[in-house]
Design a protein around this ligand. Structure first.
Ligand code: 13P
Length: 243
């Protein structure tokens, strides 16, 4: 199971101290858990140093569509992220989709893959799309356009994050989530002949709902925002996923 901590725009230099218990925990349970921290760019180096002798991997939260260097003020490329020592990058998170369309996201994924980064590719419908029964068509469009010209999905993990569930405390019903995960799997099978892709769920994952979420078929892990910034709660989620 994957447990990806997306810290978004949270954390100070001192936050690195809050990894201690998770590092110890990751050592005990290393067979079952893939723990990945995606802190803001400013903290990546200290997170990498702190987790050096552990099983924890580090990722960035986004990258530019140009993979190398260039005159793009404020941007960070996949080459720079790789150079730091990251192994992962999140691309297509709904909080970045306001300034990124599917085409741009596709270019970013290609840029990340060209630098041999593993991509956590986020997709998910908005509340209005869900209400209008557009979930499947939205997911399909995001998948097909985001993965255009990419046939090898070995280094891509899909993260299904319904936008309305992020930070709201509300998660999809078991039935809806099962259906949507299956739909994502089927779409990848039909369009890319791929049956192996890992699929994560993201959106208000917490210690109370993790056991129910673990019952959903074909979920390979979780992309966790708020609850991942508190190490006690993050460990609690991981513990409850096992017991
Ligand atoms: P929350 O877990 O805070 O709902 O955030 C989910 C998310 O956006 C992870 O990428």
């Amino acid at each position: 199971m994957y447990f990806v901590a997306n810290w978004k725009m949270f954390g100070s230099i001192k936050s690195v101290n809050s990894l201690k218990k998770v590092i110890s925990y990751s050592k005990i349970k290393k067979r079952k858990l893939n723990i990945i921290y995606c802190p803001p760019y400013t903290l990546i180096k200290s997170f990498l140093d702190k987790t050096k002798n552990s099983n924890i991997k580090i990722g960035a939260q986004d990258c530019h569509s140009h993979s190398k260097y260039g005159p793009f003020t404020g941007a960070v490329s996949s080459k720079m992220i790789k150079d730091l020592g990251c192994e992962f990058v999140i691309i297509g998170h709904s909080e970045t989709r306001t300034i990124n369309n599917n085409k741009k996201i596709n270019l970013k994924i290609q840029a990340a893959l060209s630098e041999k980064l593993n991509v956590i590719f986020c997709i998910g419908e908005k509340l209005i799309e869900k209400k209008n029964n557009k979930t499947k068509s939205v997911l399909k469009k995001q998948l097909l356009e985001g993965l255009k010209n990419i046939n090898n999905l070995n280094n891509i993990i899909i993260a299904y994050e319904p936008v309305w569930s992020i930070g709201s405390g509300i998660i999809p019903t078991q039935n809806d989530l099962t259906k949507n995960i299956k739909f994502i799997k089927d779409t990848l099978k039909i369009s890319k002949n791929n049956t192996k892709s890992k699929i994560l769920y993201g959106g208000s994952v917490n210690p109370k709902n993790i056991k129910n979420l673990m019952r959903i078929n074909n979920i390979n892990g979780f992309l966790i925002g708020g609850a991942s910034t508190n190490e006690k709660i993050f460990i609690d989620i991981m513990k409850k996923s096992i017991n």
